[in-house]
Write a protein that binds this ligand. Structure first.
Ligand code: DSN
Length: 430
């Protein structure tokens, strides 16, 4: 590169990623093909509109590319329609709310402290100003069971236009059948935010909300799905001409969503990112991706067991997906920030996280959140999980012993370097 300052930062980040282990459950390592597509000349192109209906010329390649991404996404998740243009998961959620709701309408979603996402109605978001969010929670943090009785009572009382099933910090499967029964009883649009588990759904190792009657699924494309940073909206229904405003019916949801993404809340789509989404969807359609998804779960389950054996108190008692939440305040009398920082110093990256009804503040919460999508992409297996759990406990115990931390840092580096980043390999390792 000519810009040596930026090049040096890219090289430093490559080194950080190579020499450490990524345990943040919403991150992953993409393939060389995904990186190549994202760094392609499609970044030069404006393509407002949709395939066959654009506002600029020169679309003979972008039309084919976007249609390929759409077709692969539909095949992967069993959807009738896919909009591959959302720049992020947050914008995907925002678009669905705007497509279906009027200002002030009620949306029933998971409480942030119990695993929901900011865009599920956290009071600090502008969405919370536009809509009336009401919340459901876990009945019991020891098991993680959602309080479905209370959820139904809230739905009957509040008559939400949308019931949203989904999370960014919840280690168990949701009972989509129960959500659907409640949603149908009150006439709500059923939306699942599967950002965290999209790759696990694509790999067939957790349930697909469409199989339970959900109308819309939103997701990011860069977590377990292992694509570029971006968003995606999938839906059931019939796509019509996005230039004409359709009646607000569930059948018309695809058109309502298309019109809300463009021109509603976004301008030009990021065609280089859509190219990389198409590559990632193609990779996820390969039979090997099923083995990857299964290994993510096997690794997470083993890591949870190993952590419990070392005194970590886990929210919901373990995990049924790719992520683990530990209450380090209850376990060791520490806050999540201290633990995040000491683990970062030895090359193990995870994030501090609030636990349900946390008494500590968001910047020093009681918990940590970690997961296995990224380390599984590098090829780590169950026995490596025992090593990682051991390192985590040793780092916490030795947090005031610089020599112990230096030794640990070397051990992490040595193991990490045995597992190249997928983008360092010519062919994706599943
Ligand atoms: N920031 C993402 C996560 O880490 O879960 C959600 O958007």
């Amino acid at each position: 590169m000519n810009d040596k300052t930026v090049e040096q930062l890219i090289r430093a980040e490559e080194l950080r990623q190579r020499e450490g282990l990524e345990l943040i459950p919403s991150e992953n390592y993409v393939s060389r093909d995904v990186l190549t597509a994202m760094g392609s000349v499609f970044t030069n192109k404006y393509s407002e509109g949709y395939p066959g209906r654009r506002y600029y010329g020169g679309q003979e390649n972008t039309d084919k590319l976007e249609q390929l991404a759409i077709d692969r996404a539909k095949q992967l998740f069993g959807a009738d329609h896919a909009n591959v243009q959302p720049h992020s998961g947050a914008q995907a959620n925002e678009a669905v709310y705007h497509a279906w709701c009027d200002l002030g309408d009620t949306i029933l979603a998971m409480d942030l402290g119990h695993g929901g996402h900011l865009t599920h109605g956290a009071p600090v978001t502008v969405l919370a100003r536009d809509y009336n969010f009401v919340r459901y929670k876990m009945k019991d943090t020891a098991t993680g069971e959602i309080d479905y009785d209370e959820l139904r009572e809230t739905a009957l009382r509040e008559k939400p236009k949308i019931i949203l099933a989904g999370f960014s910090a919840y280690p168990r499967e949701l009972d989509y059948g129960k959500f659907a029964a409640i949603g149908n009883e009150v006439g709500a649009l059923l939306v699942a935010d599967m950002a965290h588990i999209a790759g696990l759904i694509a790999g067939g190792v957790v349930k697909n909300p469409f199989d339970y009657g959900f109308h819309v699924i939103t997701t990011t494309t860069h977590k377990t799905l292992r694509g570029p940073r971006g968003g995606l909206i999938l839906s059931k229904g019939v796509a019509g001409n996005p230039l004409k405003a359709p009646e607000k019916t569930i059948e018309n949801i695809p058109t309502l969503i298309d019109r809300t993404i463009f021109p509603g809340v976004q301008g030009g789509p990021l065609m280089h990112v859509i190219a990389a989404k198409a590559v990632a969807f193609g990779e996820a359609l390969q039979p090997e991706f099923k083995a990857y998804a299964a290994q993510v779960l096997a690794n997470a389950s083993r890591l949870a067991d190993e952590l419990k054996d070392r005194g970590f108190w886990l929210i919901t008692g373990g995990t049924s997906n790719h992520l683990i939440l530990a209450d380090v305040n209850k376990s060791f009398g520490l806050d999540g920030k201290v633990v995040e920082e000491v683990l970062d110093s030895v090359g193990l990256t995870l994030n501090k996280n609030a636990v349900a009804d946390d008494q500590l503040p968001p910047f020093r919460p009681s918990g940590i959140r970690l997961g296995t999508p990224a380390i599984t992409s590098r090829g780590l297996k169950e026995d490596d999980m025992a090593t990682i759990a051991d390192w985590m406990k040793r780092a916490i115990d030795g947090r005031e012993d610089p020599a112990a931390l230096t030794k640990l840092r070397e051990e992490v580096r040595e193991l990490a370097l045995r597992y190249p980043l997928p983008s360092d390999l010519r062919k994706m390792r599943y």
